[in-house]
Design a protein around this ligand. Sequence first.
Ligand code: GLU
Length: 304
Amino acid sequence: MDCHKIIEDTYAHILSKENKGAVATYIPELGKVDPAHFGVCLTTNDGTQYTAGDAYSPFSIQSIAKVLSLSLALSLEDTMIWQRLDVEPSGSAFNSLVQLESENGIPRNPLINAGAIVVCDILCSHLKDPKKELIGYIRDVANNDTIQYSETIAQSEKSNGYLNVALVNFMKSFGNIKNDVEQVIDLYFYLSSIEMTCCQLSKTFGFLANGGKQLITNKQILTRSQSQRVNAIMQTCGFYDEAGEFAYKVGLPGKSGVGGGIVAVLPNSYSISVWSPKLNEKGNSYRGMKFLQLFTDTTRETIF
Ligand code: GLU
């Protein structure tokens, strides 16, 4: 596969088409991002990177970070975490309250907001300094000590985070949040604020294309079995109520974020990250989805 040419040609084609959608504004800081940004980076399992456009510009990865907090929780509790949340697609929006009431405060999966908040609660139960240790873990997985929270974005989301505050309190009322709700939701807002470039993001997710082992160093981040299950959850739940369409059109396990990022992996081959801030009506990057669909159509390589 001539990665360089396919990335370049796919990028040029998508760039030539209308960029539909809108930048997220419910987190005010995200509303300030230039909607014209468009970057791509593919990292093969030998660590080689192929880029196009804004591949080196940092952006808020938002819900993509939920995959990393889930990985840490699995490292700490393994399958015990599934007593607190499920592994089922929700079929609803990422911040929906609807199913929580009928399902006794047990979130459908760890990639919707309610599930990620329970994962943050699990981390608060295990870690002495959750905020410090979580970013330390993510820097370790990324093999990059410069990865940071964005104080500005975390505070911006916190200033308008009424729905997530409702979610954490609602689950607390069902007894599915064990720690102080302020501490748990604060960790969640900082987790969401983490910034990475496309190159950093695709390299960081390389362990999920590599049997749970960090690229190059082969450091075991997750067991092979755990990494396979995280990929399964990304495949079925990574795009909320557009997860089916992503599986149908792209055919890779992946995760989106309202900052306009998408990361996807082809196990035993590569991880790829795309960033374009304008979101479609389901809250996933419009250009990111279009790029990945054309990319896997061209390479004809999917998990199916
Ligand atoms: N922090 C965002 C929220 O809670 C994440 C949503 C997303 O990226 O899908 O609404």
